[in-house]
Unconditional design. Sequence first.
Length: 241
Amino acid sequence: MALIMNNDAPQQCRWHSYSTTAELERAAVQSILYAAQQALSQREAFRIVLAGGTTPRRVYESLREANTNWSAWHIYFGDERCLPPDHAERNSRMAALAWLDHVAIPSVQIHAIPAELGADIAAAKYRQIVSGIEQFDLVLLGLGEDGHTASLFPEHDLGNTTDAPAAIAVHSAPKPPSDRVSLSAFRLSTSRQVMFLVTGQSKRQAVKDWRNGASIPAAAIAPDIGVEIYIEAALMNNLAQ
Ligand code: 6PG
């Protein structure tokens, strides 16, 4: 019988609020590079899972300028939309244009989700790709207006049991496209560190629900060490509204 991962250990959230988006992004870049430095010094490899959507774009652009050993970085994706690889709405394409095409990470170390193959086939393939990784070093995640993260949506399977597959096929997603692939909540929680990046007034209600203890999908990401939430201060104020 699989255990619900966070049935008794509620998600530990550390909220880091910043007065401007630029300050938040600068802090996020510094934290990512610090996590990389730690991983490279201890394990000679840095395995990072990228967030999709638009929030991380400027963080990725800033990483172009980083002074780091790119040859030891291994890139994974928290989720992907079932679109052609070069489609403008692909999370892998956003990351490539903003960052990955501009740095010397070996292409064999950039593991895009082959979502163009369809959700079910791609999920099965990605399960194999991540199966050899005991723990990611860092998982980056965004927050949707409905409280989703990666492609884990309300009223959908979150994969938050200990026997959940690492990658799941998502159909009828409320955020287009309806077919996606997502790492499961359990797999996303198997990381030394998890960082949420939350910006934009449209996230206000989701943040309010989250801080009030609602079981939004983002709350299902519950590594033992807890999660870091990098958030605009304006989203933390007057939550009573
Ligand atoms: C996706 C993302 C998704 C995203 C949130 C926030 O594929 O859509 O993985 O989880 O992180 O929807 O999106 P924005 O950053 O665009 O607000």
